[in-house]
Structures are given as C-alpha cells and as structure tokens.
Design a protein around this ligand. Structure first.
Ligand code: FNR
Length: 185
C-alpha cells in the first residue's frame, strides 16, 4: 500500500536552509511514498486559550486535517537557542488542543539543519519531549542532524546539493515508511 507523508517546517524565512531540505524530500522518497508540504506555521496566531474558545483559526484546523489524513509527518526545523523555534512550538501547542488530536499515534520523523557543527541536535530532544505528551510515535533512528548545512545547501539555488545528505535522508524516509506500515497494520 502507498503512504503519504507531510512536511512541517520550523522556519519562516524565505531562504531557510530547513525549508530547502524539506523541498528536497519528495524526490528522495522511496517507491510507494509521496511527500507534500503543510502550510506555514507562520499563519498561526500566538496560542491563546481565549482565541481557541472563540473557535480554532482556520489554518490550525486545515493543518490538523492534513496531518490526520497523512501516514506520517516529517518535521524539518532549525534549532533556536538550543531548543525548538517559537513558531514551531506555537504550532504544536495549537495542534495539541484540536480534537481528535492529530499527532496522537502518528509516525513522526525529525530533521534539523544548522550552519553549526551539531546540526540542531539539542532542539531534537526538546521536540521529542513535547511529542511524548502528544503521544506521537517518533522515529528513534536514524537521527537526521544536518550540520555545516551552509556547505550542503546551494546558497543561490537553495537546493540540497550534498549527495551524502540526500542519501542519508532517503534512508530516514524509508525507516519512517517501515514504522508507518507497522502502525497501519
Ligand atoms: C540561531 N541559530 C542556531 N543554530 C544552532 O545550531 N543552534 C542554536 O541554538 C541556534 N540558535 C539560534 C537562535 C536564533 C534566534 C537564530 C535566528 C538562529 C542559527 C540557525 O541555525 C541559522 O540561522 C539557520 O540558518 C536557521 O535555519 P533556517 O531559517 O535557515 O532554516
């Protein structure tokens, strides 16, 4: 059976290296796996329970529906100050209040890219902590931390040009597909 994954991007900027990584993923997917991008988390207002009680914002409901319909989610995000960027955390906070909660029981893979050497490793573990509360099934291995990403993404074309990284990411997508097939059974 074929699988469909969606990408959730933690950066809002146009020339984001993480967005560039996410754009590379559809072409790296194995046979039988398709990948498309969710909308920008920048469309979500700051979480406020008063706002929620007036009705969930349309972009939140739309994303929740797309996640529910998907077989898995690939979160591609920078690390900010050793943690999860506020915009991504805000999106997770909104999504966590929607019922049925769309990330519960959902296979999730995490990818972080940074110009720094460690590739956003610290943000991954903060993100995993939130996803435990949401009861997502986060892929343990392989971990995808893309360090020194400035030399792996072409600054002009914004393409993920590094072949080793492309190969590694395709293996992670295969592992997510294997997890998603187990969850589906
Ligand atoms: C950063 N950056 C960064 N990098 C890192 O490896 N660890 C970190 O803790 C931080 N902290 C941090 C905080 C803030 C507020 C900014 C703006 C940046 C650098 C970051 O990895 C770099 O700007 C990336 O290019 C951001 O990702 P996108 O937007 O290119 O996807």
């Amino acid at each position: 059976p074929s699988l469909h994954f969606v990408t959730l991007i933690g950066s809002l900027r146009k020339t984001s290296i993480n967005a560039a990584v996410a754009r590379a993923l559809p072409a790296l997917a194995p046979e039988g796996v398709s990948i498309s991008a969710l909308g920008s988390v920048g469309a979500f207002p700051l979480y406020d329970q008063d706002l929620q009680e007036q009705g969930f914002p349309a972009p939140v409901l739309a994303m929740a529906e797309q996640i529910r319909a998907a077989d898995g989610v690939i979160i591609v995000t920078p690390e900010y100050n050793y943690s999860v960027p506020g915009a991504l955390k805000n999106a997770i906070d909104w999504l966590s209040r929607v019922s049925p909660q769309p990330l519960a029981g959902k296979p999730v893979a995490i990818q972080t890219a940074s110009p720094g050497a460690i590739g956003g490793a610290r943000a991954q573990y903060h993100l995993r902590q939130s996803l435990v509360f949401l009861d997502a099934f986060v892929l343990n291995k392989p971990e995808a931390m893309i360090g020194l990403a400035g030399s792996k993404v072409n600054a002009e074309t914004l393409e993920l040009s590094d072949s080793g990284t492309r190969e590694f990411l395709s293996r992670q997508i295969e592992a997510l597909a294997a997890l998603a097939r187990k969850v589906k059974d």
